[in-house]
Design a protein around this ligand. Sequence first.
Ligand code: G3P
Ligand code: CA
Length: 342
Amino acid sequence: MIRFLVVVAIVIFSSNTPLRAEGALPWPLVIGHRGASGLMPEHTLEAYTLAIEQGAHFIEPDLVSTRDGVLIARHENELSDTTDVADKFPERKTTRFIDGREMTGWFVEDFTIQEIRTLRATQRLAFRDQSKNGKFGIPTFDEVLALIQRESVVRGRKIGVYPETKHPTYHQSIGLALEEPMLEALGRARLTRRSDWVFIQSFEVDNLRALNEMTDVRIVQLLGFGVEAPFDQEVRGTRLTYEKMITNVGLSEIATYADGIGPWKVLILPRDREGNPFPATDLISRAHKLGLLVHAYTYRDEARYLIKPYKNDPMAEYQRFFSLGLDGVFTDFPYTAVRALP
Ligand code: G3P
Ligand code: CA
């Protein structure tokens, strides 16, 4: 009976309920970065579910493509840091150039979805809990979207999705462009309107400009640091760097195709080489003046990742950023971020 009611609720929810039509976002947003990846192997349905249980408003899948064009959730297209691929397919190790760098390993684009389904996720970081290694599979983007729809119904609150296109220029170059399949999956999940709880993100620029013409859902320009360039801009030789993108001119340009920026948190609270803090920058207020939301990355409970004044006190770090007007945080520990909400 309960199963029947859940199915009925999913059908109603997926059709056109007022809840789904509502576009207002919580403030600030808690985005489960690769799920609750501080506690579970990242980018698994179990890590996403835990993030939702802990109160995350959005979950964040990074997307790469299999050889047969299926989008799966992984932070990079090399699989050995977060799966048991080396044990299962030792003979498939190879070398590729990814974003201008030579890499040796096992690459998603060499595997079919059937092969990916035989893999199990592992914890990337040695200092985090390893006890869940080998227990969970690698989800497709469709499965992630099904999860948020199911969880939205079961929990009676809307859950958003914040997909990131990983290595878009590279995927384009090997005939496995990410953008259309991503929009098709969102379309199948009926997440196509600006008011839907979707943000598409990328560290590259040109694919976001193109996506802005292809979809109404919100777009966020991720920002790296300093003289580093988005890879597509490096390829085109435009000389655009992240440093230039956070000037007023750069932000104005971003505002022509995006709804927000996703800066590294140090671009808001900078530090010297020893980690001693400088005063906060005015990046948030300058972005807000242009109507851009600001969602910063990545917040983690472990002392090694906290900004120096907040060592051992992640709550204080969140509160400092929220007090500066930050609109959202990508966090590996949604439980802590939710407790720090204003
Ligand atoms: O997408 C926001 C944040 O996730 C960017 O960093 O490298 O974890 O994808 P990364
Ligand atoms: Ca990401």
